[in-house]
Every structure is written in C-alpha cells, then in structure tokens.
Design a protein around this ligand. Structure first.
Ligand SMILES: [Zn+2]
Length: 352
C-alpha cells in the first residue's frame, strides 16, 4: 500500500514538472548518482533473487531512460575526480557492476556497449580463477528450484533429513547448514563443488547442465581481459569477497585482488567497493594505506563534494523498482523527497 502511495505521489510530482526542475537544477549538477548492479539473468535468477538479478529487458529499459533523459554517463574514475573538482556536467551518472559475473559478460556488457555507456566492474577474483559456480549461491538457487517440496534425503551431505524446502526460511536453514559445514570442515573450492553436485543429485537437478551454462559463475581471466581491452574498467572488490576485521588480512584481500586484476588487465585498480556493502570505521585507514582512491557502499544516495571519498553512496537497482522510481533517482527528486531507502543488499557473498 505504501509503495502504491509513493508511486502515485511520484507520478503527481513528475506531472507538476518537479522532476525536470530538480534534474536541471544546480543542486543536481553538484551531485553524482552512482548506480549499482549485480547480475543480469540468464534464465530465472531474478525470480530467485530479485534484489541481486535483473532481467536483460529491465537493464535495457534503464539504459534507454538514461539515454532518452540526456544523462551524462561518465567513466567512474573521471566522475569521482570531477565530483571533487566541482566540475560535473549536468545530470551526471556512473554505472557500476559488482562481482564480475559471467552473465555480465553475456548479457550486461553487450547492452551497455550498444548504448556506448562506460562501466566499472568491481571484480572479486577467487572465483575468476576457479570456473565453478559460487558455492553458497548455487546451493541457494538449487534449493529454490525445488521450493515447496520436502526431500527425504540429506544425511549423505551431513544435513538434517528430510530437507524442508517449503518456505524461504526453511530453505535458508538448509543453505546455512551447507555453508557452515563447509566452513567447519575447511573445505576447498573443489570439495565444495562436489557437495554442490551432491546436492543437485539429491534434488534431481542436472548440475553439469547448470555448470555448462555458467550459472552463478564469475567471468574467467580470458573474458575479463577481453572486456578490459574493450574499455571496461575493473576495480577492487577483495579477492574472496570478504572484509576481515584484522588489518593484515583485510589488506591482503586488497593486495591479492589488485595483483590478480593487474595480471589479467594490465591496469592498477585504485577504486574499491565494499563486499555486500558492509563497512566499518577502521577499514578507511586500511584502504588509505593501500592507496585506494575511492570506495563505494550500498547506502542509497547521491554523492557530493562533501561526501567522504571512501564512503560513496550508490543506488542499488533492483528488479522490483518501477520506472518512475528509477527516474526519480536519476533526476534527484527521489533523494530530495526522502523516498530514499537503504538498499538492503541481501547478498550471500562468494567465499572461498
Ligand atoms: Zn559483491
């Protein structure tokens, strides 16, 4: 109900000409909108995780709105530089994708390219070198595929039997047990992949078909290198999609990630994005020590020259966002009218 009221209010505000006024205001010109995306569905991933995956047609709709609205889509590094120089053009926007999934290569980048928009990818690198599905995500996805059922099995994988897949919470409990068991047993990527294959068998899912379609996998080094030569900017997202509370371990995540990106693309990554949008005060000094220039969160908002450079807000675009809501963010009216919401990025991180 609240959403309907908000949407109606936005339509009224737009009809009154407020969107245009805000979009073309000096207030908006001093602000940078950084858009955040994750995956683009190959099949039905947006139904499984609507906050994480968009259908290709939804992304195309967004890109068309950017083009038709005359927005200045800037390369991320340039946008950040100009933000702090008070030199942004009107209606400035930067586009970022987190994680560097294969579906970005397959569906996301071709769309961006067709619009001529620059893009930054925050590339986590452990699964770049390990071309298998991200363990917790593929388990979650397969359990969702069998939603509504109770599977009389599980002990084979160290799980409570039967597997209750009737609700999102009961499926989450199974997923959590799988992840916790893997952590407890200190399983490496190969062993975890065997567990995922075992789960697929219990659920009567063709795991190798999922693998061959590159579902829930990251781009491999060849794909990253190819996109880098086409101008895609690859930046830091930690090696294993984690931010340890220990300085040495945290900084190793950054340096390992940077080293691997440089080996693949030839470029030194200097911009960072907090995995899952999680940040803490000590991280800022550790990032500075690693010569990181900027860091983005998943807190919704527009950045100004007064924004802390290592806490830049982004608007996480999700499947359920209507065109009028998206447009309100582009213009800045959505932010001004306090329709902002913290993006609850419920992203189970890819971990080793
Ligand atoms: Zn991420």
């Amino acid at each position: 109900m609240l959403r309907v009221i908000k949407r109606t209010a936005l339509h009224m505000i737009k009809a009154a000409g407020v969107f245009g006024l805000v979009r073309d205001s000096e207030w908006r010109q001093r602000r940078l909108l950084i858009l955040c995306y994750h995956g683009i569905s190959q099949q039905d991933e947006h139904l499984w995780r609507p906050a994480l995956y968009l259908e290709p047609k939804t992304l195309e709709q967004r890109l068309k709105m950017l083009k038709d609205g005359g927005y200045a889509v800037l390369p991320f590094g340039e946008a950040v530089h100009r933000l702090y120089e008070n030199d942004l053009p009107p209606r400035s926007v930067a586009i970022t994708f987190d994680d560097g999934t294969y579906d970005f290569y397959k569906h996301g980048y071709p769309l961006l390219k067709s619009y001529g928009f620059p893009v930054t990818v925050y590339q986590t690198t452990y699964y770049t070198d390990y071309s298998r599905p991200i363990f917790n995500l593929i388990c979650s996805y397969m359990l969702w595929k069998r939603r509504g059922s109770i599977v009389d099995a599980g002990k084979e994988l160290g799980l409570d039997s039967p597997l209750d897949l009737t609700t999102s919470h009961s499926r989450f409990l199974v997923e959590r047990q799988l992840v916790q068991n893997a952590l407890r047993d200190n399983l490496d990527g190969k062993k975890k992949d065997e567990i995922a294959a075992g789960l697929a068998k219990l659920l009567n899912i063709d795991y190798y078909e999922l693998v061959s379609r590159r579902m829930l996998q990251l781009m491999n080094p060849t794909e990253v290198a190819e996109l880098a030569t086409q101008g895609v900017d690859f930046e830091l997202h930690t090696h294993r999609h984690r931010t340890p509370q220990d300085e040495l371990l945290f900084r190793k995540e950054i340096s390992d990630n940077r080293k691997r990106i440089q080996e693949i693309t030839g470029s030194i990554a200097l911009h960072f994005c907090y995995p899952s949008g999680v940040y803490a005060v000590p991280f800022l000094d550790w990032l500075k020590a690693e010569r990181v220039i900027s860091a983005t969160t998943c807190d919704a908002g527009l950045a100004t020259a007064q924004t802390e450079k290592l806490l830049l807000p982004r608007v996480v675009d999700v499947s359920g966002r209507t065109p009028i809501e998206f447009e309100s963010w582009l213009t800045g009216a959505g932010s001004l009218l306090a329709f902002r919401r913290k993006a609850a990025q419920k992203y189970a991180p890819p971990t080793d």
